[in-house]
Design a protein around this ligand. Structure first.
Ligand SMILES: Nc1ncnc2c1ncn2[C@@H]1O[C@H](COP(=O)(O)OP(=O)(O)OP(=O)(O)O)[C@@H](O)[C@H]1O
Ligand SMILES: Nc1ncnc2c1ncn2[C@@H]1O[C@H](COP(=O)(O)OP(=O)(O)OP(=O)(O)O)[C@@H](O)[C@H]1O
Ligand SMILES: [Mg+2]
Ligand SMILES: [Mg+2]
Lengths: 227, 227
């Protein structure tokens, strides 16, 4: 499903080069449940952004369902991002002037779902993350963990087959965090592919494979014996 | 040092009332090391914002060093916020167009420190959180955990005697998170007062007292036997 061959990502800062990813080769199959761990700054979000077609590598090849992503048009990439992939961002990226409901509706607007159906789907998703009584709140009228949960609900709006979640429980107490992980488990059981970035071992243990990054490289890539 | 008497905070949303804090009475003495825990949405950040003089309660009294905060002028409050309290925000609140260095310098600009001294202090603080090689990066050129650490460094710029940190390790791997906690420990040993919000029990166990909120009320307030 997802294949990286010698992927690197380098930023130029004046005279200095920052190697966010150095040389990543890995593949992820359909319906896998993978966690990505590693120190702060090791390249996890950069990796997720490339997988999610939000960023392009500096060198190397990315094959999505066996198609070379670098050959795809902007429209094809936009379609993948909107319909196939649900992305929970590490910093949420909610529209500040829209309500929780409108924020979750946004991917459904892009995929052409009619207004009353959109509201119904968005309402259900927000109830599913415990925010049924917060749908009219804007992001600055929500707690940090509530914003995080709106970001999770929005990622699921188009029923994507691949869920990319960058630290989805970082702002949640353990009980609320578990509720989100139970939700992801159910999505995985339905055949979806889940890729999580987390720095909490307890959260990584819901997954079946743990990839650890260090300094832009894969340090280890192992099955998780007891999910 | 900090005394709350029957503090409440209520938001009006159309016809609905949201009780972020319902009735909080507590006191925190100088050089205490307190953690505040509780479910997502239970009122932790709201409590911190009132302590930090960034928000006012709807009812109740807040005494800061025995002065009634509601009687203070805007200038007096600004002085407290700038010189006495260092605040690490749950969502960092960095200036997006300024470098890490300039972001950390900002409180020193307000307190009138000269330019070369500011740079030196800001540089040292960033090295102290492991970001010596990232001082010229802007927030969007930093990882989530790096932005969080810039927010920590900025909170310490004016050498405040009270540190309020709202989930300071939420985006950090455990090793980097421990480095921040060691830093806070050192600050506490120097006589400062530390108030942390966290949802991780391991982090709360660095403190000496754990206050747990639920639904805008104090559910429990206990000494931590083994910090
Ligand atoms: N401006 C506002 N208008 C309306 N409701 C608000 C506003 N700000 C916060 N709230 C509500 O007040 C409650 C408490 O929010 P607060 O941010 O203090 O929670 P928290 O304990 O910090 O949660 P988290 O762990 O998720 O960060 C939440 O239910 C939130 O929806
Ligand atoms: N636009 C950019 N310009 C320069 N350097 C960048 C840029 N974006 C990221 N970096 C650097 O690339 C490295 C990897 O960043 P990335 O966000 O992938 O880390 P991460 O593993 O997600 O970290 P965290 O756990 O803190 O979120 C970091 O050292 C960061 O400073
Ligand atoms: Mg990241
Ligand atoms: Mg909060």
């Amino acid at each position: 499903l997802i294949q990286f061959e010698n992927i690197s990502k380098v930023y130029q800062m004046g005279l200095e080069l920052v190697h966010a990813l150095r040389d990543i080769t890995l593949s992820i199959r359909k319906n896998e449940y993978v966690s990505i761990m590693g120190p702060s700054g090791s390249g996890k979000s950069t990796l997720m952004n490339i997988i999610g077609c939000l960023d392009t590598p500096s060198t190397g090849k990315y094959f999505f369902k066996q198609y070379d992503v670098s050959d795809m048009s902007d429209n094809e990439l936009a379609d993948i991002r909107n319909k196939e992939i649900g992305f929970v961002f590490q910093t949420f990226n909610l529209l500040p002037r829209a309500t929780a409901l409108k924020n979750v509706e946004l991917p459904l607007v892009y995929s052409g779902v009619n207004s009353s159906k959109r509201k119904e789907i968005a309402q259900q998703l927000l109830e599913g993350v415990g925010l049924g009584d917060r749908i009219t709140h804007k992001p600055n009228e929500l707690s940090g963990g509530q914003r995080q949960r709106v970001a999770v609900a929005r990622a699921l709006a188009n029923n994507p087959s691949i869920i990319l979640a960058d630290e989805p429980t970082g702002n949640l107490d353990s009980k609320t965090g578990k509720e989100i992980m139970i939700l992801f488990n159910k999505l995985w059981e339905k055949g979806n592919t889940i890729i999580l970035v987390t720095h909490e071992e307890e959260i990584a243990h819901y997954s079946h494979r743990i990839i650890r990054l260090r300094d832009g490289l894969v340090e280890s890539d192992e099955k998780n014996g007891n999910p």
